[in-house]
Design a protein around this ligand. Sequence first.
Ligand code: GLU
Length: 398
Amino acid sequence: MPSSIISHRANNVQPSPTLAMDAKAKKMQAAGGDIINLGVGEPDFDTPSHIKDAAIQALHNGKTKYTPVQGIIELRQAISDKFARENQLNYRPEQVIVSNGAKQSFFNLVQAVINAFDEVIIPCPYWVSYPDIVRLAEGTPVFIEAGAKQHFKITPTQLELAITPKTKMIVLNSPSNPSGMVYSKEELTELAEVLLCHPNILIASDDMYEHILWTHYPFCNIVNVCPELQDRTVVINGLSKAYAMTGWRIGYAAGAQAIVDAMIKIQSQSTSNPNSVAQYAGVEALNGDQRCITEMVKIFKTRHDRVYNALQKMPRVTCLPSQGTFYSFPDISRALPYIDGGLSDDVQLADYLLTKAGVAVVPGTAFGSPGCIRLSFATSNEKLDDAMDRLAIVFGAA
Ligand code: GLU
């Protein structure tokens, strides 16, 4: 078939690298390969049983039909209550839209507000899908490099310099996938001060890892530090990470009514409502017992320490301790020339680790930060120890 059959739009984007690596690792596992998958960011815990029970109950109650595109009122009310209870933010249920995962929430937002050639500022490292979702809307991603020296966080000066008359939106993600870094209240305030001078710029605040953090200060986003920005910020979050509900695909967004209404319109022409049964499970996740989160986070923290300590011992590998998420993002650039006669980059290293050491990781290049790799420690201690031993052999020889 001639390549011209495929649209420029589709040719312009790559498949999600995190999902591609996960698929590759799973295929090798299915073929009998001894692979430890530190690739995809997905809690290994089962969804808590009270949440599963709510889904079973919904099935028995016949909740198997279309729901409003925007999501059932019970779930939007639970989300509105969650914002008030946990984030001290007021959003009416009408200002909330539930989607098939936070990825679709971000997709809807971009489709709703970005025109061709609009610029979207994306700090590097970034979650793999932001730039391509912007490209799908014919927008232009504008990257701000934030290396390990600045703890993978952008500065107000960098932000000011990246803004042009075409800037339409900035994406903030804290705790960050993949760096595991968290913006402090003070840092967010400084960024907010820049944005206050540019009243036409929207803000996408991706709070997906809100609960998975162990800083000595509580979670906050840019609206918490600067309520004046609430009208032009869309807060995105979801149930996947905090409640181990990746497969259920429930994400949500809240913001100004006009933006949310446009997002609903977009969703009505793509997927319609998110899965009805999953929405009822979502009500229980948000309104039910929250102890499951604390328990999971405690375990993530011990796993983090295990991985971090093991990485510290590997020659020429440097890594900052993560403040949240279930990712470590070590810089391996200095080790590359010493591995197996010399590897050229992080992409080659990820391939080498998968095929030679049986460890799946995602190369930093996928997140806009070449020279690093992302390890997801959302797996058992035994597997993590085994994976770290394998990495130690690769890097130890370096
Ligand atoms: N967000 C997770 C990750 O970064 C899941 C896969 C994806 O959608 O990217 O691995």
